[in-house]
Design a protein around this ligand. Sequence first.
Ligand SMILES: NC(=O)c1ccc[n+]([C@@H]2O[C@H](COP(=O)([O-])OP(=O)(O)OC[C@H]3O[C@@H](n4cnc5c(N)ncnc54)[C@H](O)[C@@H]3O)[C@@H](O)[C@H]2O)c1
Length: 363
Amino acid sequence: MSARTGVGIIGAGTISDEYLSNLTRFPSIEVRFIADLDEERAAAQAAKWGVAASGSTAELLADPEIEIVVNLTIPAVHVEVAKQVVAAGKHVWGEKPYALDRESARELFDAARAAGVRVAVAPDTFLGPGLQTALRTVRGGAIGTPTSGLALFQTPGPESWHPSPEFLFAQGAGPMFDVGPYYLTTLVQVFGGVKRVSATGTKSRETRVIGSGPKAGTEFPVEVPTHINALIEFEAGGSALATFSFDSQLRHTVVEIEGTEGAAAFPDPNTFEGDTLVYRPGQEEPERIEAGEARSTRGTGLAEMAEAIREGRRERVPGELALHVLDVMVSISEAIDSGQPVDVASSVEPSPALDPAWDPTAA
Ligand SMILES: NC(=O)c1ccc[n+]([C@@H]2O[C@H](COP(=O)([O-])OP(=O)(O)OC[C@H]3O[C@@H](n4cnc5c(N)ncnc54)[C@H](O)[C@@H]3O)[C@@H](O)[C@H]2O)c1
């Protein structure tokens, strides 16, 4: 086994730059190949980031030195692509969501288990100093026992800046499947597994218009609810209110946790940085718990997973976590459609804290 973990990337789109800027700096990782349906796009990214080879997914999978494949394709093909990787005997680190439905997610999970490989899925933002500090603060008892959470993600929608936003408004996307994983994963890290959800969902308009890039001005259909309100109940007690919206001119990114002895305002769960504010009875001003700068962003979970594989332990962003979050999102969709609360069958434990000194950019 080489000293570094060989990695291949499938999907050379918008988010691949952020991954490559991190993975090419991690001393434990060697990015060996970039694949995309659009092979010219893959070649351009390989040239930009000094990756030796690019081409098709089949060529990538034929490289025996690649142990982990990063799946940065669009959500509709996450499972199809991940299954090919698993069939080639390689581990997957994927972008969220895990899948678009429970059945295909379970098939992928079982296939990985049978093949003895791991399928882990973003978000890994909670490994950053921002959320790690927030979680350490709450787990350390700063607000007593957490009793309720508030998670708000409200924007006018990504079609103004994303050059190919159609997939974000298609079945299996929308604000909840696109951004919900950051908020729901954070809530699960605080409260543990979700037991039941209730929800409403609405859509402000039937079509949207692309605002940037070569397709600017093109109208496309909105297939999913674009404003979702959910009530989330946790197995261990406690509940949370969550709003996921592409319909709001009022931009909000909020994660707040109320506890028996105080309250905590978390940093934006779609980032790796940000301080935590702790509100205690009798104190006029909150205490600011500084998190410091993140040494790395997207791809951090892959570095931690590569280490976990070598050490023969479970990774901190395991497939079971993304699978549970997917189950919660599908359950919220079902609650919207049925108008009834939906029980969530799957479960997961919060992940152990990271050593604050852990640094994937250090040798
Ligand atoms: N754009 C962001 O800011 C952002 C942030 C966080 C996470 N993500 C997630 O990253 C993933 C990719 O998003 P993006 O914005 O980079 O999308 P994108 O459309 O810009 O890029 C996707 C790329 O995947 C390729 N692709 C699609 N199907 C393929 C297949 N079957 N085989 C090989 N290549 C294929 C496409 O050709 C394209 O180059 C999504 O799951 C998204 O939720 C995106």
